[in-house]
Design a protein around this ligand. Structure first.
Ligand code: OGA
Ligand code: NI
Length: 322
């Protein structure tokens, strides 16, 4: 599990599979390994119930199948709005269009009043999203603690502001596309939140970059795909990798995925942790607030930044400008 030697066979790259029911030490080592080398992994026995996963998938299907008028009520092109429904085919990002419809929701933990800002159709959407998000966020926070343990960082390092903003949940729908060669679902990007937890679809489409190639993510049944966001790369002074990924389209099958994004608060400082700095390890990034960090790394929603940001030099140059 999570063992890189097992992950490369005859030129095929498999995402490390991390079984969260195994012992803490083993799991924390596996997460760290994956974080350093691939930046992506899948988790099984993760504590999110199958019921919560199936309910979420059903709520997604039902939401996207609603009559256009119902969805239009929630539609907005105002990127500053947390809760909104929008479409990558009408939403302009520097002239680019993407083959995706997305419902984006902000969820406080517990969800409390934030639920009132979500669509009230389908009828059980609010309840299902809340249940799902509490479970996926718990899992994400646990992964962060395990990661800290592996790195020798205090295990509650991300429990405060770094992981403390409302969780962002995106319901993504990529319809079948007449021309996948020219139309992509999401452009190559690194996630700007701290940690991303994806309920993938059985329909392929997600690819991550590895040694200059795009590798298809082929999830195990009931697995979540986890990837590290740019702030984690900064906090660890570049030890952990936030890896570029994209979503490609196909001509026959619609694909639906759900992202849970653990996110820093706006005023929180994104900066390398003291623990990773020393004479031999000067900071490779300037400290910036998360609000500025977001501006630097693209102004559009998670996953639609359209800016290639994996090049550390670019990141350093950009950060230096602040
Ligand atoms: C994202 C993302 C992948 C997917 O929303 O940032 O990378 O499979 N989504 O939908
Ligand atoms: Ni992403």
């Amino acid at each position: 599990m999570g063992d890189l030697h097992e992950s490369f066979t005859e030129g095929v790259v498999f995402l490390p599979v991390i079984d969260l029911s195994h012992g803490r030490d083993e799991v924390s080592r596996a997460i760290l390994d994956a974080g350093k080398n691939i930046g992506f992994f899948q988790v099984i026995n993760h504590g999110v119930t199958e019921q919560a996963m199936r309910d979420m998938e059903a709520a997604c299907r039902e939401f996207f199948a609603l009559p256009a008028d119902d969805k239009a009520a929630f539609y907005s092109e105002d990127n500053g709005k947390t809760n909104r429904y929008f479409s990558g085919s009408t939403y302009q990002t520097g002239g680019n269009k993407y083959w995706i419809d997305c419902l984006r929701l902000g969820c406080s933990i517990p969800a409390g009043d934030s639920k009132n800002n979500w669509p009230d159709k389908p009828q059980n959407l609010r309840e299902v999203v809340e249940k799902f998000t509490v479970l996926t966020r718990d899992m994400g926070m646990e992964l962060l603690r395990l990661l800290c343990q592996g790195m020798g960082l205090r295990t509650d390092y991300f429990d405060g502001d770094l992981g403390g903003a409302d969780v962002i949940v995106t319901l993504n729908h990529y319809p079948a596309c007449p021309d996948p060669s020219t139309m992509i679902g999401l452009p190559p990007h690194c996630d700007r939140n701290l940690l991303s937890i994806l309920l993938p679809s059985a329909v392929p489409g997600l690819q991550y970059s590895h040694n200059g190639e795009w590798i298809d993510v082929e999830p195990l049944p009931n697995a979540f795909i986890v990837n590290l966001g740019l702030p984690l790369e900064v906090v660890t002074n570049g030890m952990l990798k936030s890896i570029e990924h994209r979503v490609v389209t196909n001509t026959t099958m619609a694909r639906t995925s759900v992202g849970t994004f653990i996110t820093p608060t706006k005023d929180c400082l994104i900066t390398p942790a003291e623990d990773f700095l020393g004479e031999e390890n000067p900071p490779r990034y300037h400290a910036v607030t998360y609000a500025d960090f977001n501006l630097i790394h693209g102004t559009v929603k998670h996953g639609l930044c359209g800016v290639k940001t994996t090049n550390l030099k670019i990141k350093e140059t950009m950060s230096t400008k602040i």
